[in-house]
Design a protein around this ligand. Structure first.
Ligand code: AMP
Ligand code: MG
Length: 422
């Protein structure tokens, strides 16, 4: 059976990057940048005042108090018309360009605000050259590369691009991900569920997971447990860049998905040494890469996080396609046998500056409430037995726990090694 790391390497090596598209900045949040942003201008474009106050020649304020005549008032958005010479000053507002001749700004609170204006004696003294002056290009210099391709556009990055005057930006297109549930027993909510039938959860969890990963989910309904019905349903998925099915990949009499990939496309691998989620199938049909995820709701989600999400993020050009991993103190026990990596659902809390991970009480792969309850997944390696106490690595699912200072990224072979002591 493939290890999680080997399976991950194989799915990631199948990734083909998507094309780029230009979007207005207002639609760019959380998208992945597909171009380098090089500044065509200095920001700020000229020396300007950081305070409401008076633009002065600093050496005029060597002795305090001192009174100086006011040449003009310079509001933000205006251009100064007069040069400030020794023995005079101009009233200036925050963001207004500095008048020539002046080399410092004294905040209005340190004056009487009049004309002539008297500069008071303050604990900080008079003025030093450059005081309260924001220099031309002090934020961004013309020609600077401010953002590199692959950058995930958070609000600060979008604001930065906006400050350079660009109204739009080139980002990776969202890959389209077809989501197909399988199973004669599975019914969409809103329809009657007959005896023996259950309502689907996987379709909706996958739609959300795909969307959160930055791709466009396509709801492709539910395929029956027969090869012909499966072929018809999968054929309707081929307009997508990636197909994700759930159910029908185990050993049951009516599990046709992996056989279908094998006989109508290609089956790259089946089964990964992990719990939950062992019967993962990866292959292709009609030239489109396909993940066959297990039907059990927890296995389905756990597999998505391990394999589908990194593929989507890499497709988008994200240089960090993996979920963050933190080290945590295990409170309690994770029972396991050697041979399969254990992705137990744990809650996380911060205590004394470190993470504490507590396994949720029900760990069955059919118990979706365990996914709703947990904050992360334990990454207990395949060669480990049961663990109790000590330190473990936890893949963080709840973004509230993300902390750049403590998080590494990825599975052991994709991230800096951390001694997890198990
Ligand atoms: P399978 O992988 O097809 O053997 O399904 C394993 C378990 O997952 C069975 O109990 C199914 O009823 C359940 N299951 C399959 N598909 C879904 C779905 N879309 N939503 C919720 N449970 C499902
Ligand atoms: Mg099934």
């Amino acid at each position: 059976m493939l290890s999680v790391d080997d399976a991950l390497s194989r799915v990631l090596s199948a990734v083909r990057p998507v094309l780029a598209e230009r979007v207005p900045l207002v639609d760019a949040y959380d998208r992945v940048l597909a171009e380098a942003i090089v500044s065509p201008r200095n920001v700020p474009p000229w020396d300007n005042s950081a305070m409401d106050g008076f633009a002065v020649v600093a050496s005029d304020l060597a002795e305090l108090p001192v009174a100086l005549p006011v040449l003009e008032t310079i509001p933000a958005g205006a251009v100064p018309t007069l040069t400030v010479t020794a023995g005079a000053c101009s009233r200036i507002m925050t963001g207004a360009p500095m008048p020539s001749g002046a080399d410092a700004v004294v905040m209005i609170e340190h004056t009487d605000g009049g004309d002539p204006v008297t500069f008071a004696v303050t604990s900080s003294g008079g003025a030093t050259p450059g005081q309260n002056v924001r220099p031309c290009g002090g934020d961004v210099a013309q020609g600077d590369t401010v953002l590199e391709p692959g950058r995930v556009l958070d609000p600060a990055a979008v604001g930065l691009i906006s400050s350079l005057g660009f109204p739009s930006v080139l980002v990776a297109q969202r890959p389209r991900v077809a989501i197909l549930s399988t199973g004669d027993e599975v019914v969409e909510p809103g329809w009657p569920a007959h005896a023996g039938q259950i309502y689907s959860s996987n379709t909706l969890t996958l739609m959300g997971l795909v969307k959160r990963a930055g791709a466009e989910p396509i709801h492709c309904g539910i395929a029956p447990d027969d090869p012909e019905g499966l072929r018809a349903a999968l054929s309707r998925c081929l307009r997508a860049d990636l197909v994700v099915t759930t159910g029908g990949v185990s050993m049951g009499d009516f599990d046709h998905v992996k056989d279908f990939f094998q006989s109508h496309g290609a089956l790259e691998f089946w089964k990964v040494a992990m719990k939950p989620g062992k019967p993962l199938a990866f292959g292709s049909f009609g030239g489109v890469p396909c993940f066959g995820l297990p039907g059990n709701p927890v296995s389905c989600m756990v597999n998505f996080y391990q394999f589908v999400r990194p593929v989507i993020r890499k497709t988008l050009g994200d240089p960090r396609p993996h979920l963050p991993v933190v080290e945590a103190r295990l409170e309690g026990r994770i029972g396991k046998k050697k041979g399969r990596a254990e992705l137990a659902r744990v809650t996380l809390r911060l205590e004394d500056g470190g993470f504490v991970a507590t396994p949720v009480s029900r760990q069955s792969s059919g118990v979706l409430t365990s996914m709703a309850e947990c904050d992360g997944l334990s990454l207990v390696p395949a060669d480990s037995g049961a663990v109790e106490g000590g330190r473990i690595r936890v893949q963080v699912l709840d973004p509230r726990f993300l902390d750049g200072a403590t998080a590494n990224y990825g599975w052991p072979d994709h991230a800096p090694k951390v001694d997890h002591g198990c």
